[in-house]
Design a protein around this ligand. Structure first.
Ligand code: CDV
Length: 313
C-alpha cells in the first residue's frame, strides 16, 4: 500500500508594487487550474503571495503599511481562490500578511481543503531582518518592523491523508522547526519563500550560495526528519530587487524530485508517496528508539549548554 498525494508547487514570478490583489489572485487561480489538469490534489503557493515583498520598504508610520495586509480571509478579493478550490476539489497552502481584528500583524500561512474551507493556520516564527531603517543596507528587510513573531507554535494538521506542517521562508533554515513538526508525526512540510538573490546587508555573499543554501536547508531537513518538503518561491525581479527561484519538491531521502527552471509563474508537480517517510521514521530517525534527549546537556542560555552531569554537582 502506498499513500500517493499529487502535489503542485506553484512558483510565482514577481508581483510589482502596483499589481492589484485581483490580478495576483487570477494568477494563482490559473496555476490552480493547471494543477488540477495535471492531476494534483494539493497546491503550495508562496509566502506573501498576494502582494509584492513589501518588507523591503521603510515607512515611519506603520499604519500606512496596513494596506498590504488582509483583514479577513477569505475577503472580497481572495474569495475567488477559495471558490475555485471548492469547484476543483483541490486543497492549498497560501501565504499572506494577516491583520487581526485586534490590530496584530503576522506573516501567515493557511491550509485550505478541497471544499474551500480553512483547516489550518501558521504564523511565521523566525522573522529575519531588522525593525528600524538601516542606512548601511543595500535593500531594507523590515519583517521585524511589520510583523510580530508567530504565536501558534508549529502545529500539524491532518489533510489529504498527510500529517502536514507549515513553515514560512526563513523558518526553513532552522532545524528545530522541522523537528518540532516531525515530533508530532509530520510526513509533509510545505512552505513558501521570498529570498533575495543578494545578501541585502551589503556583506559579501556569492549569489550562487543563496540558491545552494535554499536547497541545502530543505534537503538536509527532509532527510534528517524523514519527511517530504515542498518549497515554493516568489521569483524574479520585483521593483528592481531580484528573488531566487528554485522551487522544488524533496522526498524523505533528501533528494529533489522536481525543480522549477524559470523565475516566472511556473507549476511543478509530483506524485508524492507519503509512505516513503516511513523508512526513516521507523529506522535511522526513529525518535522514540534512538533520540537521546537526556544526554544532550541542559541549555542554559542562547549560546551555551551545561552538561547534565556537571549541573548535578
Ligand atoms: N522572507 C524571508 O524570510 N527571507 C529570508 C532572507 C532574508 C534570507 C530567507 O531566509 O530566505
Amino acid at each position: 500500500m502506498s499513500r500517493i498525494l499529487n502535489i503542485g508547487a506553484a512558483q510565482m514570478g514577481p508581483i510589482q508594487p502596483d499589481e492589484s490583489r485581483a490580478s495576483a489572485v487570477a494568477r494563482l487561480v490559473a496555476m490552480m487550474r493547471e494543477a488540477k489538469g495535471r492531476g494534483c490534489d494539493f497546491v503550495v503557493f508562496t509566502e506573501l503571495a498576494l502582494t509584492t515583498f513589501f518588507p523591503r520598504y521603510y515607512e515611519e508610520d506603520r499604519a500606512k503599511m496596513d494596506h498590504w495586509f488582509e483583514r479577513e480571509m477569505p475577503g472580497p478579493e481572495t474569495r475567488f481562490l477559495f471558490e475555485t478550490a471548492d469547484e476543483l476539489n483541490i486543497g492549498f497552502y497560501l501565504g499572506y500578511a494577516e491583520l487581526t481584528p485586534e490590530g496584530r500583524h503576522f506573516n501567515t500561512a493557511i491550509l485550505v481543503d478541497g471544499n474551500g474551507k480553512i483547516t489550518g493556520k501558521y504564523r511565521k516564527i523566525h522573522l529575519p531582518g531588522h525593525a528600524d531603517h538601516d542606512e548601511s543596507r543595500i535593500v531594507q528587510h523590515l519583517e521585524k518592523r511589520y510583523f510580530e513573531p508567530g504565536d501558534m507554535g508549529f502545529p500539524v494538521y491532518r489533510q489529504n491523508d498527510a500529517i502536514m506542517g507549515m513553515l514560512i521562508c526563513n523558518d526553513r533554515r532552522w532545524p528545530e522547526a522541522y523537528r518540532v513538526l516531525t515530533l508530532q508525526g509530520a510526513d509533509l512540510v510545505v512552505l513558501g519563500y521570498n529570498t533575495p538573490d543578494i545578501n541585502t546587508t551589503g556583506l559579501y555573499e556569492p549569489s550562487y550560495l543563496r540558491s545552494y543554501h535554499n536547497h541545502l536547508s530543505m534537503t538536509a531537513n527532509a532527510y534528517m526528519n524523514s519527511c517530504w518538503v515542498v518549497g515554493t518561491a516568489k521569483a524574479g525581479v520585483e521593483d528592481g530587487c531580484g528573488l531566487i527561484g528554485g522551487s522544488c519538491i524533496i522526498q524523505p531521502s533528501g533528494e529533489i524530485v522536481t525543480q522549477a527552471t524559470t523565475v516566472e509563474d511556473e507549476l511543478i508537480t509530483f506524485a508524492c508517496d507519503l509512505d516513503m517517510a516511513k523508512l526513516g521514521k521507523e529506522t535511522i530517525f526513529n525518535y522514540a528508539k534512538h533520540r537521546r534527549v537526556e544526554h544532550y546537556g541542559r541549555i542554559t542560555s542562547q549560546t551555551g549548554v551545561e552538561i547534565a552531569d556537571q549541573a548535578a554537582e
